[in-house]
Ligand binder design. Structure first.
Ligand code: 4HQ
Length: 148
């Protein structure tokens, strides 16, 4: 099983899981874990990844373009079916449970998408996300901890 995490903080994912049993599982090649830095895909010359909401609204959103291009990079480099499962972690999602864990564990590749700010531009979520998953009814500052 290969986990691909789209994030602005890849070191949180990699270093956060390294000492745990997940790290040992990657060392033994039982699973693989890669963290893709969304910022590497921005076309903005200053490396900006946030933007004002399309159509107005409060706060900032993550831009669609770098998220979409990071996603395409993953899809182009996996050999499974064309449409991998993409989990967006959000407090608006279905609360995660063991039955969902068992079902997702059957996938060959799983993409986890981590948002920041007030979330991610809906237009890219509509295009790529297959599952909206929450780890509980509270609001965190980013999706990395739920993805981990
Ligand atoms: N967030 N379960 C807001 C969560 C969360 C949760 C992740 C905060 C996404 C944009 N995710 N960002 N609870 O609170 O999954």
């Amino acid at each position: 099983m290969k986990f691909h995490v789209l994030t602005l903080f890849p070191e949180m994912i990699l270093r956060g899981l390294e000492p745990s049993i997940i790290g040992r599982a990657t060392e033994k090649n039982l699973i693989s874990l890669d963290a893709v830095n969304i910022r590497d895909y921005t076309l903005d010359k200053h490396g900006k990844v946030d933007d004002y909401p399309y159509g107005g609204g409060a706060g900032m959103l993550m831009q669609a373009q770098p998220v979409y291009d990071a996603y395409l990079h993953v899809v182009e480099n996996i050999r499974t079916r064309q449409r991998p499962r993409v989990i967006y972690v959000t407090p608006q999602g279905k609360v995660f449970n063991q039955a969902m864990a068992k079902e997702m564990a059957m996938e060959h590749d799983l993409i986890l998408l981590c948002g920041h700010y007030e979330g991610i531009d809906e237009r890219v979520l509509e295009e790529i996300v297959t599952d909206y998953v929450s780890i509980g009814d509270y609001v965190l500052t980013g999706g990395e901890l739920p993805a981990m």
